[in-house]
Design a protein around this ligand. Structure first.
Ligand code: AHR
Length: 503
């Protein structure tokens, strides 16, 4: 099998946000996962878990979406500001019916993003909120002057406004966010976004419209039609900067998703085959978006993606806690390669969810923490952030899996960074066989190669007793001469190669 790389042909730029994450008030994502609180024995900085924040900095988290998800369309931001002992306690109706004490609110979110050094993406409430509430939240977060909300922010201890990079106008409004029709939501979008004011033109808030559930192209088309029909929306910057798309890999059915830890080879290949479907979803939605926005000014944000398995036995079913195996790593590797290849349109991806929920990069148990195989994939792919996508293609790809789950055994993407170093991320999906790949650059000869690998059996995962069973290692299974590089990929592996070319 051959991977051709044209090092002279840049196709698009890979925004760092493609490697973004999602955090919801769900289970132990915020409480216990990211946030220890003010009076915790767990080492923390202003309430944020130090171990978790330090680990997340290593994968260069570029953006963090918050507070939901479903939770966003029931969240009333005023409940989460001001003295903590006065904040309202409420029931988290979506997720486990537990008490939400609102001790993590707007100020805490911006503190977390400051510690992570990442961009901010707040999701507003359309489902059960109103225009005024949303507008006042944006004023509270971003206005630097005399106004009721700016005064309130100052009284609550934050003199300066924060930088709000992205703002979502509702979440999954076709479902949990109000069960709206596309036309109705499209009109709501036009209305609500009007009052998301840009107070500082040097720091415009990017407005995100609620896109479809995966391949629901009807929703995409109808929302776009409503948003762009007569009277035309203002053509100035900021009517619609982003369009969100959600897609989860559910191996079997929503009723019986399948175990995160015990699964057959058939279910392994099915997961990868379903991960590859992301390519169709992006292509289909991009096609419709391009009818309204041929210059691709509106970014597609895949701001919820990942594997959704049955919850871990013995845990609260509403907490969506699941283990994370080499199968999840393969899904992550394939998905991120697809995002890179579509980086002309896809400008953000948010893995669901960052800690302790669905396909997390980190799991915690009291004061213990472990890094999942998916974490290591994000670490190995960090070189793609802010790099340029290079033209590459596989010749003679081998097929794996059976019947309708048959799929490509290898997937890849290639970028070049500001220093001219080429990053190749290559995944051998084959669960049992080593695969050899010949990589061929066009003209430039290879000077130096560094490699990293994540491999194991498809069901391998890390536990608190054995946290390093699956971990990134340095890799030397390659040889090169001239423009050719030969790689021997272990079964079920993700490989990153960093290639320096002769000038
Ligand atoms: O990530 C879990 C849930 O999945 C989110 O709350 C919702 O947006 C989606 O349905």
């Amino acid at each position: 099998m051959k991977l051709h790389i044209n090092e002279n042909r840049v196709l698009s730029h890979i925004e760092p946000e493609v490697y973004g994450h999602f955090s919801e008030h769900l289970g132990r994502c915020i409480y216990g996962g990211l946030y220890a609180g003010d009076n915790s024995d767990i080492a923390n900085v202003n309430g944020m878990r130090k171990d978790v924040v330090d680990a997340l900095k290593e994968i260069k988290v570029p953006v963090l979406r918050w507070p939901g998800g479903n939770f966003a369309d029931e969240y009333h931001w005023m409940d989460g500001v001001g003295p903590k002992d006065k904040r309202k306690k409420m029931i988290n109706t979506h997720w486990g019916g537990v008490i939400e004490d609102n001790s993590f609110g707007t100020h805490e979110y911006f503190e977390l993003c400051k510690q992570l050094g990442c961009k901010t993406y707040v999701n507003g409430n359309v489902g059960s909120g109103n225009v005024r509430e949303m507008s006042e939240w944006v004023e509270y977060m971003t206005f630097n002057g005399v106004s009721p909300m700016a005064e309130l922010r100052k009284q609550n201890g934050h003199e300066e406004p924060w930088t709000l990079d992205y703002f979502g106008i509702g979440n999954e409004n076709w479902g949990c966010g109000g069960n709206m029709t596309a036309d109705y939501y499209g009109n709501k979008y036009r209305d609500f976004q009007t009052y998301v004011r840009i107070y500082d033109s040097n720091k415009p808030v990017k407005k995100v419209c609620c896109g479809p559930n995966g391949d629901d192209y009807k929703w995409t088309k109808e929302v776009m039609e409503t948003c762009y029909r007569h009277p035309a929306p203002p053509q100035t910057h900021g009517f619609m900067d982003g369009f969100s798309v959600h897609y989860y890999v559910v191996v079997n059915t929503w009723e019986n998703k399948g175990s995160a830890k015990e699964f057959s080879e058939e279910e392994y290949y099915r997961a990868v085959r379903k991960a590859y479907y992301m390519d169709d979803i992006i292509t289909g939605n991009d096609h419709i978006m391009s009818q309204f926005d041929p210059e691709k000014k509106i970014a597609m944000l895949v701001d919820e993606w990942g594997c959704w398995h049955d919850v871990e036995e013995g845990t609260n079913p509403g907490f969506l806690y699941q283990q994370n195996s080499m199968r999840d790593a393969q899904v992550a590797g394939a998905t991120l390669n697809i995002f890179n290849k579509h980086s002309d349109r896809v400008k953000m991806g948010c893995l669901a969810q960052i800690v302790n929920v669905l396909q997390s990069v980190i799991l915690t148990e009291d004061d213990k923490m472990l890094l999942t195989p998916t974490y290591h994939v994000f670490h190995m792919y960090r070189f793609h952030q802010d790099a340029d996508l290079l033209d590459s293609y596989l010749e003679g790809s081998k097929r794996v899996g059976q019947g309708e789950d048959e799929c490509d055994g290898i997937n890849e993407s290639v970028s070049v960074d500001k220093d001219g170093i080429v990053t190749i991320t290559l995944n051998n999906v084959d669960a049992t066989n080593t695969t050899e790949v010949d990589i061929d650059f066009r003209r430039k000869e290879i000077e130096k190669v560094e490699g990293y690998v994540l491999s194991g059996t498809m069901t391998d995962y890390n536990t608190f007793e054995n946290p390093d069973k699956v971990q990134e290692k340095s890799f030397d299974g390659f040889e090169f001469s001239g423009v050719d590089l030969k790689v021997k990929m272990p079964p079920c592996s993700c490989v990153t190669l960093r290639v320096s070319l002769k000038k």
